[in-house]
Design a binder for this molecule. Sequence first.
Ligand code: RFL
Ligand code: PHB
Length: 398
Amino acid sequence: MRVQVAIVGGGPAGHLLGQLLFKAGIDAVIIERQSRDYVLGRIRAGVLEQVCIDLMDEAGVGQRMHAEGLVHGGFDMLFKGERHRIDMNHLTGGKNVMVYGQTEVTRDLMDARQAAGLTTIYEASNVTVHDFDTARPRVRYEKDGPNGKEVHEIECDFIAGCDGFHGVCRASAPRSAIREYEKIYPFGWLGILSDTPPVHEELIYANSPRGFALCSQRSATRSRYYLQVPLTDKVEDWSDEAFWQELRLRLDPEARAKLVTGPSIEKSIAPLRSFVTEPMRFGRMFLAGDAAHIVPPTGAKGLNLAATDVKYLSNALIEFYQDKSEAGIDNYSERCLRRIWRAERFSWWFTGLMHRFPENGEIGQKFQEAELDYLIHSEAGARSVAENYVGLPLDFGE
Ligand code: RFL
Ligand code: PHB
């Protein structure tokens, strides 16, 4: 098979790129290691920034998102047992975010791709990338045939590495050409999804002496909650009842009284990490999304960053094919990284503000509470949080 762009990874980044390229008449194939159902079974992000909403519209897949997504103009910060609202909409001159799950974003993109008759190769094993330092890169994978091991090869002009943190693309970049920055946090997030009405109409980020908690949602009837837990905890250690009990203890009295509990339909623990790869281009291979960077989920930035990387990459590829210009390709890495570092900084800072770090002792908790007190009582402080939370425009700094 020969295509213009081979996209490795069929998560939200790979699928959004496929759709934006298709709209521009550029021919791309997606090679995904897992099945469609497996990809859709991963419960992850829930909050879309305006730039991500606009990109879904540009990709022609925004219809269901606008019908079902919940527009939020603010969120609550809870500390010292009291809740305080950050009025994002007011503080940012009218900007909002939208609660619409990553699963739904990916499903909408997958459905549009299928409706357009575009090729996605699911359950491709042993995917490898080759010759991206030449004008004729190739992607190989195994599928079908005896034992599912028949080798297939795709020739292309470019490889887009949208294969997540554990993917093959970043791992195939020459070690001498790559620099990686990493911070691993000493705790994880235990998440639960349940068909219960959300405890509050907006999100609640809670700083409690027992650890961080987040009350999020997917719809008026589906809730998503998270608890900070030690890295040594296992999902099996946490019965639903134990989860609800601990969540209650981290909330304020009003939320505690309103909380509706029920059986979990998904429960998992995610480690927290800050990670950035520089650069994001290696000859004719580009990294985008979690393949190049990870943020702790506290700032809700991961999926949004993946979407903006993909927008810059699709623009660069369109410029290459339509205008015969390599300017966008040459700028890609630098353009993405400036935005990425801004989101990394915010996510790291917000994580530090809201979680318990036992090594910082009681004085650490007091410092956090004083900072939260400052942030919510200073318009400048609150605006800074709001501005970062709603995210940067696509053309920021230009
Ligand atoms: P993905 O979603 O990991 O998709 C990569 C795809 O590549 C496939 N793959 C391969 N395919 C072929 N060959 C190989 N060798 C391959 N290796 C891997 C994988 O199967 C997969 O399908 O990365 P992508 O597309 O870059 O998307 C990134 C987002 O998934 C991620 O940033 C967000 O989920 C992060 N995140 C959040 N982001 C937000 O913007 N807002 C949020 O509210 C938010 N909440 C979260 C989050 C992530 C979380 N977890 C579990 C880490 C909450 C949580 C709990
Ligand atoms: C979610 O709903 O999964 C979610 C929301 C906000 C975050 C992280 C995750 O900061």
